[in-house]
Write a protein that binds this ligand. Sequence first.
Ligand code: FAD
Length: 376
Amino acid sequence: MNTCDFLVIGAGIAGASVAYELAAHGRVILLERESVPGYHSTGRSAAVLTENYGNQIIRRLTIVSRAFFENPPDGFTSYPLVSPRGVLWVAREDQRETLAVMLAEAQQLVPTIHAVDVSEAKRLCPVLRKDYVVEAVLEPDAMDLDVNEIHQGFLRGCKRRNGEIVTNAEVTRLAQSGEGWVVHTAKEPFSTGIVVNAAGAWCDEIGKLAGARPIGLTPKRRTAILFDGPANSNLPSWPIVVDVDEQFYFKPESGRILASPADETPVPPCDVYPEDYDVALVMDRMAKATTLSVRHIRRKWAGLRSFVADRAPVVGMDVSLPGFFWLAGQGGYGIMTSPAMARAAATLIVERCLPQDLAASGLTPEDLSPARLQGA
Ligand SMILES: Cc1cc2nc3c(=O)[nH]c(=O)nc-3n(C[C@H](O)[C@H](O)[C@H](O)COP(=O)(O)OP(=O)(O)OC[C@H]3O[C@@H](n4cnc5c(N)ncnc54)[C@H](O)[C@@H]3O)c2cc1C
């Protein structure tokens, strides 16, 4: 039987990044059900890094991850993984209070975030309607992420460290065997000391196959559309514009505009598609906030953002199954937190503690542990 120290299920960004980290400590096999890694959530994101998003745990993971993206390890990539793209949070008259609260909270961790007046907001993004936006806040150091290059960098790095990536290998059964596990797939069985469950929206399904108590993971559908921007505009330099209550966002993307109604509809884990209602919703919200008109949608898609009840990620050993490790609940933050989350997972597995920089940021293993969701 093909044997390894660490077997990772799921080759999205979570599985690829932890496989890369673990391959420095032993033999890794990374199993992916699809024929190509990145087919599900990882290939469908908006590719943004903002330090002003998610709860305090997410923000700390994002802040720690930033250094990796800006200065990746030697040999990881030949291309920049990030490029500058500020985030402009906008508020209507009835959202002034929400924006003030958001600014105060944001500045605690990211002091460069600041208020801008409406004329500056309009200068940054000329299509904003003056009668809609009354206040705005700018996060100048947010970034666009090259998701494909980050994902491929982790996969290449895993292989360079002698890790093996097996596609078309859906995991169908898991059984404890001695000190470790036997993992049955559509191809062949594998034997391992540690199983890492990084199956994205399917993490509770994999947990069930292993006999674990569920963590209560809920996949939520999010829709995006791509359409042409105005001719002769400074579109490439626009910031990402986000409604302060996250009712919509839009950003420049490959010469066009990517927009989303920021929907969060709970659905079972599946290959998800956009609903007409959500596409209509984003067009309506864009029409109210901007002078943009969506004449021709070039592409539309939906992806799953999977959350547990407290919307923090789940990184830790199962409460009752030795050798079964969870790396789940990446929500809408899985790309921008992946370097820190993968190091957290690998260090928890190998050394049973968090890396120094993450511990110094105030994070504890309990913040991430599945124990908070599975009961003692
Ligand atoms: C529209 C949208 C916008 C987003 N924008 C951002 C953003 O700007 N920034 C950001 O950081 N994040 C963003 N996200 C979130 C981000 O995409 C996710 O958090 C991240 O991709 C989750 O990665 P994952 O590896 O956990 O899941 P996935 O990429 O879904 O990977 C899980 C993998 O597990 C495999 N798998 C499942 N079951 C099995 C099995 N039985 N056997 C073998 N393999 C299996 C699947 O085939 C899949 O490839 C966005 C998401 C969406 C949908």
